[in-house]
Ligand binder design. Structure first.
Ligand SMILES: [Zn+2]
Length: 358
C-alpha cells in the first residue's frame, strides 16, 4: 500500500513537472554584475591585490574578511550564497582552470556591446561600438517577450547604470526600465516612497551609476507588486569600484551582491507566483585584465583576457551540476536563446547563439 502511494505520488509529481515545463509557467530572473571577473568568482580575493596599498586602504580588515588559505575557502568567504547554496542546486560555468570557458563573441569587451549581446543573443560589432546613449537598433528578448500575448506587461528591467533605457530601447520596446537615478513612479508602496527619498539623500560616488541597493530594492518591490514573468536586474558597482582602483570596495560590493541575489532567490521561493517555477541566470558583461597587474581595473578590446566571462544558473529544472569541471566552451550570445526556450518562445534568426540545455 505504501509503495502504491509512493508510486502514485511520483507519477503525479512527474505530470505536474511536465505541466510546469510546457504550459509557459516558467519565470526568469536574469541578473548581471558589471565587470565582475571570473578570477574572483572562482578563486576569491586575489593575493596580488588584497594586501596592495595601491588598491586597498585597510588590508588587515579586508584580509580578515576575505583572505583564506585555499581558493575554495576564499571564494566561499567572498560569495557564500554562490558557493554554498548555488553550488549544490545549480551550475557554475567559467572556471578556465578546469577547462570550462565562457566568452563574449563581441570584440569590444565593454558594457553596451556586452549587454547588447546578452540581451539580444548576437554581437553587433558593426553598430554597437560605444557606450553612448543611443537607442539600440537591435531587439532584446525583453522586447520580444513583451510583444507576445503571454508576456505583454509582464517584463521589467532595473539597472544601476543610466544607459539601460537605451540598451533596452525603452521607448520602442515598451519595457519599463528603472535605471540610473530614476525614482519609482507607479502606485508606490511605502517602501518605494522611502527608497525614492533615500536615493535623493545618499549620493552615489559616480555620475552615471547609482548604488546597487537602490536598483535591488526597486526590483524586489516591483516583483512583489506586479509579478513580472521576465525580470532583468543589472548591478553595477563592481565595475565602477574597479575603475576607481578600489579593490577593497570591489570585494565588499561583490560580497554584498551575493547577499542581494540570495534575497531575490529567497523572495521567489516564498511567493506563490514564483515558487518552484523560476530560473535564475547570472552573468557579466565583460571581464577585466590580470597582467600587467594594474589592468584588473580595465577592460576593452586592448585588455588581454577581458573577453572571458562566466555564467551561473539555478532554479526550476536546472540540473544541479555544481561547479562545471569538464571542458566546455559557452558564449554570451547563448543566454538570450536559452531564456526564450525556457519561456516557450521561438528562437528567431537574428540570434546567433545556440540555446544551452540547463
Ligand atoms: Zn567599465
Amino acid at each position: 500500500m505504501k509503495n502504491k502511494i509512493l508510486f502514485l505520488m511520483a507519477a503525479m509529481a512527474a505530470i505536474f513537472n511536465i505541466h510546469a515545463q510546457n504550459s509557459g509557467d516558467t519565470k526568469i530572473v536574469l541578473i548581471t554584475l558589471d565587470g565582475f571577473r571570473w578570477q574572483e568568482l572562482f578563486t576569491g580575493a586575489d593575493s596580488l591585490l588584497i594586501g596592495n596599498n595601491d588598491y586597498v586602504d585597510d588590508a588587515d580588515m579586508l584580509k580578515r574578511a576575505f583572505w583564506r588559505e585555499t581558493p575554495e575557502e576564499r571564494r566561499e568567504a567572498l560569495l557564500p550564497f554562490f558557493w554554498g547554496q548555488v553550488k549544490k542546486m545549480g551550475q557554475i560555468h567559467g572556471n578556465r582552470k578546469l577547462g570550462s570557458k565562457v566568452n563574449l563573441t563581441n570584440s569590444m569587451w565593454f558594457s553596451y556591446p556586452g549587454y547588447n549581446e546578452i540581451l539580444t543573443g548576437a554581437a553587433d560589432d558593426a553598430r554597437i561600438r560605444s557606450n553612448d546613449k543611443k537607442p539600440n537598433p537591435n531587439t532584446t528578448i525583453l522586447e520580444r517577450y513583451n510583444n507576445t500575448p503571454e508576456g505583454k506587461g509582464k517584463v521589467a528591467a532595473f539597472g544601476s547604470w543610466d544607459v539601460f533605457p537605451f540598451i533596452i530601447n525603452e521607448e520602442r520596446s515598451g519595457v519599463p526600465v528603472n535605471a540610473g537615478f530614476e525614482a519609482a513612479t507607479e502606485n508606490l508602496n511605502e517602501r518605494e516612497k522611502f527608497l525614492n527619498e533615500l536615493q535623493e539623500q545618499i549620493p552615489s560616488p559616480w555620475g552615471a551609476v547609482r548604488l546597487d541597493a537602490f536598483t535591488h530594492h526597486y526590483a524586489l518591490e516591483h516583483m512583489k507588486k506586479e509579478h513580472p514573468k521576465l525580470v532583468y536586474i543589472s548591478y553595477g558597482e563592481t565595475d565602477d569600484f574597479a575603475h576607481d582602483g578600489d579593490y577593497q570596495a570591489y570585494l565588499k560590493s561583490a560580497n554584498n551582491t551575493d547577499a542581494l541575489i540570495k534575497e531575490v532567490w529567497e523572495f521567489t521561493q516564498q511567493d506563490d507566483f514564483y515558487k518552484d517555477q523560476t530560473v535564475f541566470i547570472i552573468t557579466t558583461d565583460h571581464g577585466r585584465g590580470t597582467q600587467p597587474l594594474d589592468t584588473w581595473r580595465s577592460h576593452g578590446g586592448d585588455i588581454k583576457g577581458a573577453g572571458a566571462v562566466w555564467m551561473v544558473a539555478f532554479g526550476n529544472d536546472v540540473q544541479p551540476m555544481g561547479e562545471v569541471g569538464q571542458e566546455e566552451q559557452l558564449y554570451s550570445n547563448q543566454f538570450a536563446p536559452t531564456i526564450l526556450k525556457l519561456l516557450g518562445m521561438p528562437v528567431v534568426e537574428d540570434i546567433t547563439g545556440e540555446p544551452i540545455k540547463l
